[in-house]
Design a protein around this ligand. Structure first.
Ligand SMILES: [Zn+2]
Length: 289
């Protein structure tokens, strides 16, 4: 699979049981499924969907090989909810066991990598379970996606996040001079400027500020990070908002440019993405405190 260009190992597009286009909707999340069949191949899936009015965009085989059966630009019939179908890209994972319904390491790895690639390609933000990565069972009473939503869930999403970070860093490295170690230095410095209880309070205030900026109600408990992609799509000046977020973390006045001076010995321009990574890293440091 060419993850960067979203070119699958096998392309076998089904002629029916999907909807052309997305009814004006944009892709907002990745839907996760299991086949409830052991060892199903791309060809096998293709055959099943010839007779069953159902589909997904991708199938990950037990050996990790990925097939594409519906174009991303089209709507697959995957979630039992047409509007949700229009807003998602759906991935089927072939099982390697039925009691319980597990997937192999190779399948888990390829699936997680594909999730990361889709999150990058469609600007969905870092993979978050229940946010931009949603199990089929979120939309209807179904056992799908089996253990991927249970015992294998944490491993799956952690892997997707790692791939996402790698791919995002790779993309940033090509365009910018900022390296991961620089991000770490800045994050550490931002973190050590202010610590203790106050930092926690700042994070809460930052969340409130983000909600206000993005038109999210104060009572909405959705983690803003999980809908980061949507947030940024709603906003025009990402840079200004990311900077504001960092300033809020560090208690630097809004009109101050001091945040740009945080990495004393470094000399480079920060991209929006670098700032996001710093903010994320600082949040992690706060959480690990
Ligand atoms: Zn499903």
């Amino acid at each position: 699979m060419d993850y960067k260009n979203l070119k699958a190992d096998v392309e076998l597009y089904i002629p029916k049981h999907f909807t052309s286009g997305r009814r004006g909707r944009r892709i907002e999340f990745v839907g996760i499924h299991h086949t409830a069949a052991v060892g199903l191949t791309v060809r096998g899936c293709y055959n099943v969907w010839q007779t069953r009015p159902a589909s997904a965009h991708y199938l990950v085989q037990r050996d990790g090989v990925i097939g594409q059966l519906v174009h991303d630009r089209d709507t697959a019939w995957a979630l039992g909810d047409f509007d949700a179908n229009c807003r998602s890209v759906n991935i089927e994972h072939a099982n390697n066991g039925s009691d319980p319904w597990t997937v192999s390491e190779a399948c888990l790895d390829s699936g997680a990598h594909l999730v990361a690639a889709l999150c990058i390609a469609y600007g969905l933000g870092r993979p978050m379970w229940g946010g931009n990565v949603r199990p089929h069972s979120m939309y209807m009473a179904t056992a799908c996606p089996g253990e991927l939503a249970l015992s294998q869930r944490d491993a799956y999403i952690a892997r997707a996040q790692r791939y996402y970070d790698m791919m995002a860093a790779g993309a940033a490295d090509e365009e910018e001079e900022v390296k991961d170690e620089d991000i770490e230095k800045i994050a550490q410095r931002v973190w050590t400027i202010e610590k203790g209880r106050e930092t926690h309070d700042r994070c809460y205030r930052m969340t409130s500020m983000l909600k206000a900026m993005c038109g999210i109600g104060a009572e909405d408990t959705t983690d803003p990070k999980s809908i980061a992609g949507e947030i940024y799509n709603r906003t025009i000046d990402r840079w200004a908002r990311c900077t504001a977020m960092l300033k809020a973390i560090c208690a630097i006045p809004k009109e101050s440019m001091a945040i740009e001076d945080v990495p004393e010995e470094l000399d480079f321009r920060l991209s929006d993405w670098d700032v996001e990574r710093i903010a994320e890293r600082v949040a992690e440091l706060v959480a690990d405190r």
